[in-house]
Design a protein around this ligand. Structure first.
Ligand SMILES: Nc1nc2c(c(=O)[nH]1)N[C@H]1C(S)=C(S)[C@@H](COP(=O)(O)OP(=O)(O)OC[C@H]3O[C@@H](n4cnc5c(=O)[nH]c(N)nc54)[C@H](O)[C@@H]3O)O[C@H]1N2
Ligand SMILES: Nc1nc2c(c(=O)[nH]1)N[C@H]1C(S)=C(S)[C@@H](COP(=O)(O)OP(=O)(O)OC[C@H]3O[C@@H](n4cnc5c(=O)[nH]c(N)nc54)[C@H](O)[C@@H]3O)O[C@H]1N2
Ligand code: SF4
Ligand SMILES: [Mo]
Length: 731
């Protein structure tokens, strides 16, 4: 602490606090300071919501105004530091484009013409429509899409109403294939936050996972630690990512050929007996069949598929073998790419199995969470005969969560039964689901689309009723109790009031329940009563939580090295090198490589990813984050750019195989990408007129992803099957 702030610190007195009318909980204990510049500084712990990592944060309010937000040093997820998005998160509160009042659609759907109404009218309208849907089609006809913790209370209201169809695009459009691939192999998934012990890895393999641009905070911090400790980094990516710049080996793999590379790596490990023989003998099931299966998949076989030379494949496999079991082949997260994604993720899991990294230091630790009882609500109404619509007849046998695109399909077709209402919470379906035309077709078949958001997203533009939520810095949410290395309970609490008529999700959910005649499902008067009740029942102090933002559990052993034997919840109770579950359902018991569709002449495969300063399609209007990056660019191989006569900074349009043309987007001509693909950051090119700051800036990958291939195991939608040509603007 420097002298200046120390003097400020010493000025704090009980009198100043009382005069400012601040409760001790709001003052955040030891971090509280008084400022000489005409007012008090308050520090309030909470957790971030710019993405779903939920980093513990401490916000500082100066003269009643939100000033800054930093990491909470007590929090194991942030370890005292936020990512750039988290730091810029405060911009969400003063975003001029944010929603302010409830809106009812004035004209035709999608025209974004609204009547400003009261909450009473907006929720009355929603409840009436929902009652009508329940009466005509049954409550199962009401579906809900959500992402994140904030959806909990609305889900509760909808369950009380009798709804059964709940989905999140974070499954079938994100980590679903990965989770299923790992479950089939180890009996458990990598989790969110991932159970990766990156900090202690001696060799880290990133196959398409672009940590450093993908800014999941703890992982990026640990990645930096690992690099500082001399960890060998191997990156396989068609694009020279930020992570690739830290790598000893960079493999510019041909898009869609990861399974070939993974099979060849495993071939070398088995052939040269570089795998963890003891671990595999003890925990493996079906290893002999697996080893025999690998026989033909030599590095020479993989070379023409992947473009990676046999000596590089051998050298990198040996490097992995040398450091095992502290070799971590990162599971990635977003894994809906080519339609055979579960098998790709299963191959990643099998490579980890060979290296013995599951349950090991520098590999995948065994996480735990705190025990915290739920609220004792009355039982939900009994479920009817109908079941869920997203996966009829268990068509996708290994889906363990609902498939968003399955609900969309049922909405369009009316089968297995009609879906007539959607409630969305913190999802932008127009951007999250591939093929926007299908999303619109589904919306047109609805009697009700109610959208809860903080900004007028593209999906809100199609809504009948728009319910404006208070941002995460203006509200409480449910408690965060997650599986992680250190178990904890974290609190989100308001830092500043909502500026207009925005309301928190719990309030919206409770009021909607009341309008539906379901008030008995909300026996608590407000969220503090609800949170206090849960914490008291668990034996935790609400006051401590308000003050620190976090309650930490005891440290317990996490790895084999610390004395914990891993267990495997597969049918054989072992690591399944050969999967009988897959065989029984008619799928390949060991992953099979299928070459990707060839890239049509004159086009490029469209790949997408993240930028460090933006989250999905949710941050482009945030004034602070917009300032850092206001539009995306299309990465184009330098030689291809030259051939096409374009240079960095030129504006082009991308046209996909189905004739869809993008907004104008700047070219980034670079050696950092293969010549057969282009890359752009997801979330830009907004077309909602209400998003003034971001309107038509950059291009939207969602608009260009008209094609997708569904994963037959779990219904994930592979979206990297779209090809674009570069269209020059006449000058
Ligand atoms: N084309 C394409 N599609 C993708 C992806 C891709 O890279 N490309 N990525 C996929 C992945 S990995 C995922 S996880 C999903 C993510 O899909 P979504 O979860 O739908 O993500 P976003 O596009 O960020 O939409 C979030 C919406 O929540 C709103 N929001 C933000 N904060 C709040 C809040 O506090 N309260 C409320 N009520 N709303 C809020 C935002 O304004 C935005 O409209 O998309 C998947 N779909
Ligand atoms: N800043 C920021 N960070 C985020 C998010 C955000 O919105 N913003 N979102 C979070 C979420 S929900 C998710 S799911 C993750 C997503 O992040 P990741 O799990 O890392 O997944 P993707 O975004 O699909 O990864 C894209 C990378 O894969 C490469 N790639 C494309 N095709 C192939 C291929 O065939 N083979 C190989 N080997 N590589 C390929 C691309 O060039 C790119 O570098 O990011 C998280 N972190
Ligand atoms: S990773 Fe960044 S945006 Fe996500 S919760 Fe943490 S600080 Fe916020
Ligand atoms: Mo995701």
């Amino acid at each position: 602490m420097n002298l200046f702030s120390r003097r400020r610190f010493l000025r704090i007195t009980a009198g100043t606090l009382a005069a400012a009318g601040l409760g001790p909980a709001l003052l955040g204990g030891p971090r509280a300071r008084a400022a000489g510049l005409g007012g008090a500084l308050q520090t309030i712990p909470t957790f971030c919501d710019i993405c779903f990592w939920k980093c513990g944060a401490v916000a500082t309010v100066r003269d009643g105004k939100l000033w800054k937000i930093e990491g909470n040093p007590k929090d194991p997820l942030s370890q005292g530091r936020l990512c750039p998005r988290g730091t810029g998160g405060i911009g969400a509160t003063f975003d001029p484009d944010r929603l302010r009042r409830p809106l009812l659609r004035a004209k035709v759907r999608g025209e974004e013409q609204w009547n400003v109404v009261s909450w009473d009218e907006a929720l009355g309208f929603t409840a009436e429509k929902m009652k009508k849907i329940a009466a005509e089609y049954g409550p199962e006809a009401m579906g809900m899409f959500s992402h994140g913790l904030g959806g909990n209370f609305l889900k509760h209201t909808l369950k009380a109403y009798g709804a059964v169809n709940f989905a999140a695009p974070s499954f079938a459009q994100c980590r679903g294939p990965r989770d299923v691939g790992f479950r089939l192999t180890f009996g458990d998934d990598p989790g969110s936050p991932e159970r990766t012990d990156i900090a202690h890895a001696k060799c880290l393999v990133l196959i398409g996972s672009h940590l450093g641009e993908n800014m999941h905070n703890t992982q990026v911090q640990e990645f930096a630690q690992a690099v500082a400790n001399g960890c060998t980094v191997i990156v396989a990516d068609p694009r020279f990512s930020v992570a690739a710049s830290k790598a000893k080996h960079y493999l510019p793999v041909k898009p869609g050929t990861d399974i070939a590379l993974l099979l060849a790596w495993m071939h070398v490990l088995v052939k040269e007996k570089l795998y963890d023989v003891e671990y595999v003998t003890k925990h493996g099931y079906g290893f002999e069949q697996f080893a025999a299966y690998l026989e033909p998949f030599t590095p020479e076989w993989a070379y023409p598929e992947t473009g990676i030379s046999p000596d590089v494949i051998r050298e990198t496999a040996r490097e992995m073998g040398r450091h095992h079991p502290a070799t971590l082949v990162h599971p990635g997260r977003h894994s809906t790419w080519y339609g055979d994604d579960t098998q790709r993720s299963r191959a990643v899991a099998l490579l980890n199995a060979l290296l013995g990294s599951w349950g090991r230091e520098g590999g995948f630790y065994i996480p735990s969470s705190m025990e915290l009882p739920g609220y004792p609500y009355p039982a939900y109404p009994p479920k009817g005969e109908k079941g869920k619509v997203d996966n009829p007849g268990k068509k996708y046998p290994f889906a363990h969560e609902a498939i968003s695109t399955g609900i969309r399909e049922a909405t369009i077709t009316g089968a297995p039964y009609p879906i007539k209402g959607w409630l969305t919470y913190a999802v932008n379906l127009m951007y999250a689901l591939p093929n926007q035309a299908e999303t619109i077709k589904a919306i047109e078949a609805l009697d009700l689309l109610a959208v809860v958001d903080v900004i007028p997203s593209e999906t809100a533009g199609w809504a009948d009723v728009v319910l404006p939520e208070a941002t995460y810095l203006e509200r409480h949410d449910d408690l965060n109790v997650e599986l992680f290395r250190d178990s904890f309970i974290a609190l989100r609490q308001p830092v500043v009031p909502a500026p207009d008529e925005q309301k928190p999700n719990w309030w919206i959910a409770k009021e909607l329940a009341t309008k539906l005649g379901l008030e008995r499902y909300y026996p608590w008067k407000d969220i503090e009563e609800y949170l206090g009740h849960r914490l008291a029942k668990g034996g935790y102090s609400f006051d401590e939580l308000k003050k620190n933002g976090i309650i930490l559990g005891p440290k317990v052993p996490r790895t084999y090295e610390e004395g914990v034997e891993p267990t495997f919840e597969t049918p054989s109770k072992k690591i399944e090198f050969y999967s009988t579950q897959l065989q029984e359902k008619g799928f390949d018991p060991i992953p099979k490589y299928t070459p990707p569709d060839p890239v049509p002449r004159g086009t490029f495969r469209l790949l997408t990813g993240r930028a460090p300063t933006h989250s999905f399609s949710r941050t482009q209007t945030n004034p602070l984050l917009h300032d850092v990056m206001s539009e995306n660019e299309v990465w184009l191989n330098a030689k291809e750019a030259k051939r096409l006569g374009v240079k960095s900074g030129d504006k082009v349009r991308l046209k996909n195989q189905d004739g869809v043309v993008s907004e104008l987007v700047k070219v980034k001509a670079t050696e950092r990408i293969r010549p057969d693909c282009v890359f752009m950051v997801h979330g830009f090119g907004h077309t909602s007129k209400g998003l003034k700051r971001a309107y038509r800036k950059g291009a939207s990958d969602s608009q260009l992803q008209t094609r997708y291939r569904t994963d037959p195991l779990m219904g994930g939608t592979g979206m990297s099957m779209n090809f674009v040509s570069v269209e020059l603007e006449p000058s």
